[in-house]
Every structure is written in structure tokens, then in C-alpha cells.
Design a binder for this molecule. Structure first.
Ligand SMILES: Cc1cc2nc3c(=O)[nH]c(=O)nc-3n(C[C@H](O)[C@H](O)[C@H](O)COP(=O)(O)OP(=O)(O)OC[C@H]3O[C@@H](n4cnc5c(N)ncnc54)[C@H](O)[C@@H]3O)c2cc1C
Length: 398
């Protein structure tokens, strides 16, 4: 028995032909913004755009689109800010900027443009829950080639201050780098994005879709000009997308009220070998995050008590200032044990456009552990694409 969405999709496919597999990757190069002619606003009525997903990616895309004239933007999602659910990555994030993206890639370019936006928020909008924090990255020799070792170049890209490696290198570590980074309190920031969207007329509707074609039919009286698919993990099971390259990636962390001296990331330690660990203070009362390693293909949403103990021991080794009066783990004021799962995509983040019959379908998902630092850049790529194709009928693109 086919679901409603799949039945409608089958009928439309027969009537119009199956055409939505033509796709173009939206890289930084092919989506430069189009400047409207002087003083000219859009002559045609508003175009309806549905953004599916209310994580940091969907909300940022909706916000940027709402800043352009001529669009009515609706965010439809199963989860909204304020919800906590294992399938909803954004509220669980650290979140900070870290040099994960290889220089020269789209992800690095998105990080770069996002940095300027978040830096502006840290400097001018304290209510957004973003602030600067000193950061130190410590790497073992075996991790130099596949972990964030480009801190110097990265901090240049981010116009951040960069300090050469410190002289006191912990045992087993061959490289340490310090620089200034940005940290984000996800609950405060997501709420801030919703408020800015509502101010600009974006409408929010709670909805779960079984198939992408249902989104096209979601506005009873109006046609949908474009759909932006920001479903994160949902892209794996959403009919018509069914992206089997989306892989759940899990991180366990402990939230404490003790304050860390700065953000510290290590690729491993003498105590726990391979396991990476990090500590960071979330701004605006978000607590201090003690985080363990990432586990690819992990879909088991249970806190592991042994892992929690290892994380706390590593964190104390990483930042001795957390070791209150030498009490070890006993001196940590534990607020909660948590896990978060994000959508990784080994083939690369999917920022790509297709046509879905007479509607543009733009994908923006699979940001792995970098959704916040990618958010503005990737959302701009999608929004520029929509605006550059404002007068083009998707049916002519088959
Ligand atoms: C523990 C942890 C730490 C992290 N730390 C960092 C960090 O330090 N820095 C950083 O940049 N990033 C970090 N990340 C990654 C970042 O959180 C994610 O990349 C980002 O949140 C992904 O956002 P998203 O909007 O794509 O997905 P999500 O936040 O998962 O949102 C998906 C949205 O789509 C909706 N949806 C899905 N399917 C459907 C459907 N069928 N119908 C309707 N709605 C649907 C959901 O309801 C939800 O609203 C971290 C992630 C985790 C888990």
C-alpha cells in the first residue's frame, strides 16, 4: 500500500515525466549573489518557498530568504526549537567553530562566510548567545593528517588571533595550537533565529512529511516555487530523497557547572589513547561541555556510563582547573549526561539543486559536526540560487 505522498508522486510522475534527477551542486563559485537593478523591486507576486526543517540549517536559510523582497517563507518541521529529540541535532550541539574543513573546499568557504556573521553577533548582539573563547588544539603524531591540524591557516581565514604552539606540551602530544574561536549556546541561538524569522514574516508550521512530494502539496491555494530540504538525519528516510549516504554520527557528553579555563580539544591522551576529548564553556548559562569521541554509524541513543567516566577523567587531565581541590570526578558538579546525533555524509555535504516537476528542490543537509559553522555560508548558497532563478520555470530545465 503506497502512502498518500507516494501515490500522488506516482500520478504526477506519469503525467509530467520523471524529471527531478537533474541536479547541480551549488558550490561557492556558481551561486554568486545577483544584484537587483537599481531601485527595482520584484514586479511579480511573492513566490512561496517552503523550508523543511527547523534546525540551524533550515532556520538560517529561512532567515536569509526572508531578508530578500518578493518571497513568502514557510518553515515546516517535525521538531522546532524548544524540542529535545535524538533525531534533532541542533539543540544538542557544542557548539563552536573548529578547523575541520580542508582549505579550498566549499565547507571551508562556508565556514569563512559564517565566521563573519557569527563574529558580528558576538560583537553586537549578545542576545544571540554567541561569544569569543580562547581555544587550544592538541594533536598526537598519528592524528596530524586527519584531524584539525590547519589551525594557523584556519585562524587566518577567520581573521582570528593565532598564537604559536605553547612550550608546555603534554605527554603524547606533538603539536598544540592556540587561537581565538567563537562558541554558541544552541538553545539561545535557535530561539534567536526563530524570533528574527517571525519578525520578518516567516510562518512556522509543525508537520512531518513521509515524501518530499507532500511538501509541494502543502499550500492548498498557492503553488510552491521552491522547497529547501534541510531535514538533516531525516533525509535518509524522507521518500523521494531516501539518501542512503546519510550516516548517523553520535557524540556523548557531560554538562557540568564548573568552568573550564578555555576551549581545549585533544585528539587523544596518554590516559585514553585514541579517544578524542574536548572541554568548552557554552555562553549565556549553557554550562560547560565535556565531550567524548564521535562514533560513526551509531544509532544507539543510550548514555554509556563507562564512557561518561572516561570523558570526565580525560577532561580533568585536559584542563586541571576543573579538578576542584584535587577531588577528581567528585569535584565536578554534573548537570546532565547527554548524547547527540548528527547527520554525516561521507560523500560530502549535500548543497545541491534539482527540479521536482514545476518546483525547485534545493537540498541543504549532511553537515556532520559542522552545521553551525557552515550554516550562513551554505544557506547563502541556497538563497542565491533561488533568487538567481526567480524568473526561471523549473519545467524548462528538464
Ligand atoms: C553533540 C553534537 C555536537 C556538535 N557540535 C558542533 C559544533 O561544535 N560546531 C558545529 O558547527 N556543529 C556541531 N554539531 C553539528 C550540528 O549540530 C549539526 O550539523 C546541525 O545541527 C545540523 O542541523 P540541521 O538543521 O541540518 O539538522 P537538525 O538540527 O537535525 O534539524 C533537522 C530538522 O528537519 C526536520 N525534519 C527531518 N525530517 C523531517 C520530515 N520528514 N518532515 C518534517 N520535518 C523533518 C526535523 O524535525 C528538524 O526540524 C554538533 C552536533 C552534535 C550532535
Amino acid at each position: 500500500m503506497l502512502s498518500r505522498g507516494r501515490r500522488i508522486y506516482k500520478v504526477q510522475k506519469e503525467l509530467l515525466g520523471y524529471n527531478h534527477r537533474k541536479s547541480v551542486v551549488l558550490s561557492a563559485e556558481n551561486v554568486s549573489p545577483r544584484t537587483p537593478p537599481d531601485g527595482a523591486g520584484p514586479a511579480s507576486p511573492n513566490k512561496h518557498v517552503v523550508v523543511v526543517g527547523a534546525g540551524v540549517i533550515g532556520l538560517t536559510t529561512a532567515l536569509l530568504l526572508s531578508e530578500l523582497p518578493g518571497y513568502s517563507v514557510i518553515v515546516m518541521a517535525k521538531h522546532m526549537p524548544g524540542d529535545i529529540d535524538i533525531e534533532y541535532a541542533s539543540p544538542m550541539a557544542g557548539a563552536c567553530f573548529m578547523p575541520f574543513s580542508a582549505p579550498g573546499t566549499d565547507n571551508a568557504s562556508w565556514d569563512g562566510s559564517s565566521w563573519y556573521q557569527f563574529k558580528n553577533l558576538a560583537l553586537n548582539h549578545p542576545e544571540a548567545g554567541v561569544s569569543f573563547q580562547e581555544a587550544e588544539v592538541r594533536l598526537r603524531e598519528e592524528d596530524l593528517n586527519h584531524l584539525p591540524h590547519k589551525c594557523a591557516e584556519y585562524s587566518l581565514l577567520m581573521s582570528s588571533s593565532y598564537a604559536p604552539p605553547c612550550t608546555k606540551i603534554p605527554p603524547g602530544i606533538v603539536q598544540t595550537t592556540t587561537f581565538k574561536t567563537l562558541v554558541i549556546n544552541p538553545s539561545v541561538y535557535l530561539a534567536w533565529l526563530v524570533a528574527r524569522c517571525i519578525e520578518r514574516g516567516v510562518v512556522f508550521q509543525r508537520k512531518k512529511f513521509e515524501h518530499i512530494i507532500e511538501v509541494k502539496l502543502s499550500l492548498p491555494h498557492d503553488s510552491v516555487f521552491a522547497i529547501v530540504n534541510c531535514t538533516g538525519l531525516g533525509a535518509a528516510s524522507l521518500g523521494g530523497v531516501d539518501d542512503l549516504n546519510v550516516i548517523p554520527t553520535l557524540q556523548q557528553f557531560v554538562v557540568v557547572s564548573n568552568e573550564a579555563s578555555k576551549l581545549i580539544f585533544t585528539s587523544g591522551s596518554s590516559k585514553t589513547g585514541d579517544e578524542m576529548c574536548s572541554v568548552m564553556n557554552r555562553p549565556a548559562g549553557g554550562g560547560t561541555i565535556l565531550a567524548g569521541p564521535w562514533h560513526l554509524s551509531h544509532w544507539y541513543p543510550q548514555v554509556d556510563p563507562n564512557a561518561a567516566i572516561r570523558i570526565m577523567e580525560q577532561a580533568l587531565e585536559l584542563d586541571p582547573s576543573l579538578n576542584v581541590d584535587g577531588k577528581g570526578i567528585g569535584g565536578l558538579n554534573i548537570m546532565s549526561h547527554e548524547i547527540g546525533i548528527t547527520a554525516s555524509r561521507p560523500l560530502g555535504t549535500r548543497v545541491q539543486m534539482e527540479t521536482l516537476f514545476d518546483t525547485w528542490l534545493i537540498h541543504n543537509y549532511g553537515h556532520g559536526a559542522a552545521g553551525f559553522q557552515n550554516s550562513f555560508g551554505a544557506a547563502s548558497a541556497c538563497v542565491n540560487f533561488i533568487n538567481n532563478n526567480r524568473d526561471i520555470d523549473p519545467l524548462t530545465q528538464v
